[in-house]
Design a protein around this ligand. Structure first.
Ligand SMILES: Cc1cc2nc3c(=O)[nH]c(=O)nc-3n(C[C@H](O)[C@H](O)[C@H](O)COP(=O)(O)OP(=O)(O)OC[C@H]3O[C@@H](n4cnc5c(N)ncnc54)[C@H](O)[C@@H]3O)c2cc1C
Length: 378
């Protein structure tokens, strides 16, 4: 039997980042079912850091994560974790309303946004079709995140601090053990005062093992493809282009282009694969909005973005199970919010309160709490 202060379930960005933060407060073991951390959603993202995405709560967590990602603590990462990649929200004439709501909710979240006309947008991304774009908004301070580098840095920092990372350790039972918890995983019994449920699309499954009420998590499939840029064009200076109604996005990715049709198909939690239809839709939407011709798709994949009903993150102690803590519902923003979400989780778990800098951004415990998802007791 191994005894720790904290057991973290899930070796994606959520689990790795919270385990890294918690090691300052006690001994930590992270349990991951797969042989490699990051195998599921974390390894399949588009790697944006964009303040104008996801609404005010997410925006506050993203802003609070920015300084960590731009200037990580000394010795945390070997290479820069972010590179500048402006985000250009574009709208057709029939999408001006969508663009106005991006602008309004982005500004409410504190994002720096500049309104552009169609010719400014074309100057930033020359591949856009002049008869497609009617208006645009740019977030010049958006970034591309080195997701593999970030995950690796959290895990290395965890190990350096004495934390354990156990892979091929699928959690199969979670039971009360005195005032703590006993967890079976990878043929061993793990005991801890607190368990953090950071199992991505499986958070409600893990909650079920502990006897928790579900939070109503819905995993939604999202597809991405990469392909060659137009011959002779250096696309590294292009912005990431996102449609105001989220019908597609197109992003430079290491000399290639990455696109998604922004699909959201419900799925049970699983090792999800992409569908031909969504791959074709990505290509069709890019070619409708731009002059880019997609001749050969180099890579194609899908991942599950998991949301609760209000699409906000779930960070808090289960109200009915002392010591069972949720870090769930990271949807399409789990990478860019991970540093602040992990600090929020560590603060709530160890002090019962959010760190002061997060509170000063206007973040409140209640907007993250599990209770908001439980209807009136029946
Ligand atoms: C196409 C796409 C684009 C995206 N783009 C962005 C973006 O630009 N910016 C951004 O910030 N976010 C983006 N996201 C979202 C982001 O990737 C997720 O929010 C984030 O990766 C979620 O991390 P996680 O750790 O919660 O989940 P995961 O990475 O899925 O990790 C959960 C882990 O829990 C483990 N687990 C589950 N059950 C058990 C068990 N019983 N025992 C042990 N381990 C278990 C799993 O094996 C898994 O490794 C994107 C997602 C997709 C799919």
């Amino acid at each position: 039997m191994s005894s720790h202060d904290f057991l973290v379930i899930g070796g994606g960005i959520a689990g790795a980042s919270v385990a890294y933060e918690l090691q300052r407060h006690g001994s930590v073991a992270l349990l991951e079912r797969e042989s490699l951390p990051g195998h599921h959603t974390t390894g399949r993202s588009a790697a944006f850091l964009v303040d104008s995405y996801g609404g005010p709560t997410v925006g506050r967590l993203t802003r609070a994560s920015r300084s960590f990602l731009e200037e990580p603590p000394g010795g945390f990462a070997e290479y820069p974790l972010v590179t500048p990649t402006p985000v250009l929200w574009i709208a057709r004439d029939d999408q001006r309303e969508g663009l106005a709501s991006v602008l309004a909710s982005g500004r409410e979240a504190g994002a720096q946004l500049v309104e552009l006309d169609a010719s400014d947008a074309l100057a930033l991304c020359p591949a856009l079709r002049g008869d497609y774009v009617a208006a645009a908004v740019v977030e010049p301070t958006a970034r591309h995140i080195d997701v593999a580098g970030l995950l690796d840095a959290f895990l290395r920092g965890l190990r350096r601090g004495g934390g354990e990372v156990e892979t091929k350790a699928e959690v199969t039972t979670i039971e009360r053990d005195g005032d703590g918890w006993a967890v079976e995983a990878g043929g061993r019994t793990w005991r801890a005062q607190a368990v953090v449920n950071a199992a991505g699309a499986w958070c409600d499954v893990i909650g079920g093992l502990a006897g928790a009420r579900p939070i109503g998590l819905r995993p939604l499939r999202r597809t991405a493809i990469t392909f060659d840029p137009p011959a002779g064009q250096d696309v590294r200076s292009w912005p990431c282009v996102i449609d105001a109604d989220e019908e597609f996005y197109l992003k430079p990715e290491g000399g290639q282009l990455l696109a998604s049709p922004c699909d959201e198909t419900p799925s049970p939690p699983c090792d999800i694969g992409e569908e031909d239809y969504d791959v074709a839709l990505a290509a069709e939407r890019v070619q409708r909005a731009t002059t880019v011709e997609i001749r050969h798709i180099r890579r194609r994949w899908a991942g599950l973005r998991s949301f609760v009903a209000d699409r906000g993150p779930v960070i808090g102690m289960d109200p009915e199970l002392p010591g069972f803590f949720w870090l769930a519902g990271q949807g399409g923003f789990g990478i860019m919010t991970s540093p602040a979400a992990a600090r929020a989780a560590a603060g709530l778990l160890t002090e019962g309160e959010l760190p002061a800098d997060l509170r000063s951004l206007g973040l409140r415990r209640e907007e993250l709490a599990v209770e908001r998802l439980h209807g009136p007791q029946g």
